[in-house]
Design a protein around this ligand. Structure first.
Ligand SMILES: *[C@@H]1O[C@H](CO)[C@@H](O)[C@H](O)[C@H]1NC(C)=O
Ligand SMILES: *[C@@H]1O[C@H](CO)[C@@H](O)[C@H](O)[C@H]1NC(C)=O
Ligand SMILES: *[C@@H]1O[C@H](CO)[C@@H](O)[C@H](O)[C@H]1NC(C)=O
Ligand SMILES: *[C@@H]1O[C@H](CO)[C@@H](O)[C@H](O)[C@H]1NC(C)=O
Ligand SMILES: *[C@@H]1O[C@H](CO)[C@@H](O)[C@H](O)[C@H]1NC(C)=O
Ligand SMILES: *[C@@H]1O[C@H](CO)[C@@H](O)[C@H](O)[C@H]1NC(C)=O
Ligand SMILES: *[C@@H]1O[C@H](CO)[C@@H](O)[C@H](O)[C@H]1NC(C)=O
Length: 461
């Protein structure tokens, strides 16, 4: 598991160097965004929060000639502003957000206390992003199982001409790493001398493992409380109050207490829980929690709200924390800072949706992962990749569910923006990892199946 995270971190760095690579997933991207956030020291007691004003524009005198879709017109301070513009004037263009870009993270930074440039969330991120032709973003570096036209697109350098799919080494062939093996396989080290590495089928439920990549795509590798070995555990399967390992070797290891938690950490561990959320239970353990009441740190009365979405105040002298409670415990399970919204610099949203949304989300994502046997183990969280290796294009019900999974992930990642129809539509038009844009790149026949789902989501909004 730590390998996957390290690899993610590497990919986050590589994306910048490798902007031709268009296969970056929405999960990968959100992981990159939150990686940088996790590295920031946030002093909730003294940091003033300053959200940028965000505006979707049809025309802008600077963006138009420069063909920009994201433009931080003013960086930091009380008048920070971000402008967004759709690339869809030209149907073949897409906003090139596949490398790290600056978003609203700057609002969390105690500007007075930053002396080292590396602590700034703007370092190594684009503040101006351009529209690019889809064909210029030709996919390369594809894992086995992905659709291809040319050998050089595949990591294995082997595009099988009759199926048009990247092919890797088969069962029992020697390998150096997971990437070498075909989809459905991982690179295993034999347990006896001379310990050679060979491709072998991914493991089934409850089989002993070392890392997620070894398990079938709908399972992760974790140590359940009181068991002696890590095992493949189905995602979104554990009941509330079940205890399992907190990943101390990842960037989440430094999150010492429930107050300086991150959205990424509770969702990352929560991928094992039916509730979709886990809190830190001890130094080394996580616990599945179902939080359905939230209070705000600036509310002296400590009202426990059950509604979702819950608004909170931004641009305050001290960051407002959303404190999440369950039914079991009188103290908050964890707290997360109020997220900047789109509509106003004053009003934001608590960053997590309600428990109903999260439970449905878990089922949708589990379903997508469970259908992705034709995707490589390293592509499991790359929903964008699933569009050409996972979804059986022949079944409209599966397509609708896949669309719902994409949309659910997008709403979860950008919860504070999914709350207003304008912001949601604006972001959908600009962000290439939105359901709309991912599906737009997919085969035509999907369109009719998706209309049903569109109707469902416009009712929600
Ligand atoms: C979280 O808080 C602990 C102790 O309060 C601190 O040692 C740790 O560095 C903090 N982590 C982050 C990522 O801010
Ligand atoms: C922040 O303030 C709270 C209460 O106001 C206090 O309990 C806590 O120790 C403070 N944290 C830090 C890091 O100063
Ligand atoms: C892989 O090879 C092993 C050993 O020959 C065999 O037992 C297993 O059935 C094979 N699995 C698949 C999926 O081909
Ligand atoms: C795996 O273990 C869980 C919990 O002990 C059990 O509910 C489940 O049936 C097991 N699955 C298989 C396939 O053995
Ligand atoms: C979760 O709880 C249900 C009902 O309480 C039980 O049937 C099921 O076995 C539990 N699942 C696990 C994985 O413990
Ligand atoms: C919170 O969720 C639990 C489990 O889903 C449920 O039993 C409980 O009634 C909910 N409480 C509130 C206040 O909604
Ligand atoms: C997961 O996929 C397998 C194989 O396609 C199927 O038999 C199983 O019912 C699916 N599980 C769930 C929970 O949908």
């Amino acid at each position: 598991m730590s390998d996957i995270v390290n690899q993610r971190a590497k990919q986050c760095n590589n994306i910048f160097l490798n902007s031709k690579n268009k296969m970056r997933a929405l999960l990968l991207l959100s992981a990159c965004l939150s990686l940088s956030l996790a590295q920031l020291r946030i002093d909730y007691n003294t940091t003033k929060q300053q959200c940028p004003s965000i505006q979707c524009v049809l025309y802008d005198a600077y963006m138009e000639p420069n063909n920009l879709c994201v433009y931080h017109e003013k960086l930091g301070g009380t008048d920070a502003s971000i402008k967004l513009r759709s690339c869809q004037d030209n149907p073949n263009q897409v906003c090139n957000l596949y490398s790290p870009f600056a978003w609203t993270q700057l609002s969390y930074v105690n500007q007075a206390s930053i002396t080292n440039y590396q602590q700034s969330p703007l370092v190594g991120r684009k503040t101006q992003v351009e529209c690019r032709d889809r064909n210029d973003l030709m996919e390369t570096d594809l894992n086995n199982g992905r659709r291809c036209l040319e050998n050089y697109q595949c990591r294995s350098r082997m595009c099988e001409w009759d199926t048009g799919v990247c092919r890797g080494r088969q069962n029992q062939s020697s390998c150096a790493n997971h990437r070498d093996c075909d989809h459905g396989l991982y690179c295993a080290t034999n347990s006896a001398y001379p310990f050679e590495s060979v491709c072998q089928p991914q493991l089934g439920e409850n089989v002993t493992c070392n890392e997620d990549a070894e398990c079938g795509n709908s399972m992760g590798c974790t140590l359940i409380y009181k068991q002696t070995e890590k095992k493949c555990v189905k995602y979104y399967s554990l009941n509330t109050t079940e205890i399992f390992a907190w990943e101390t070797t990842t960037q989440h290891g430094s999150l010492m207490n429930h107050v300086n938690m991150t959205k990424d950490a509770v969702l990352y561990h929560g991928r094992f829980c039916q509730s979709g959320l886990a809190s830190k239970f001890s130094q080394t353990t996580a616990m599945c929690v179902a939080v359905n009441r939230t209070s705000l740190s600036n509310d002296a009365g400590k009202t426990k709200y059950t509604e979702s979405p819950l608004t909170c105040q931004t641009n305050t002298d001290k960051i407002v924390l959303c404190e999440y409670y369950d039914d079991q415990f009188t103290y908050a399970r964890f707290s997360l800072p109020c997220d900047c919204g789109y509509d106003s610099q004053i009003q934001g949203y608590c960053p997590l949706p309600g428990q109903d949304f999260l439970q449905t989300h878990g089922q949708l994502i589990f379903n997508a992962l469970n259908q992705s046997q034709a995707c490589h183990t390293l592509d499991r969280f790359d929903l964008k990749a699933h569009r050409d290796c996972g979804v059986p294009a022949s079944n409209p019900d599966d397509l609708v569910r896949f669309y719902q999974a994409l949309d659910s992930q997008f709403q979860l990642d950008y919860w504070a923006f999914a709350q207003s129809k304008d912001a949601y539509e604006c972001l959908h038009g600009v962000f290439p990892f939105s359901s709309l844009q991912i599906m737009a790149q997919s085969v035509r026949l999907i369109v009719s199946a998706v209309i049903g789902a569109l109707v469902i989501f416009s009712i929600i909004l």
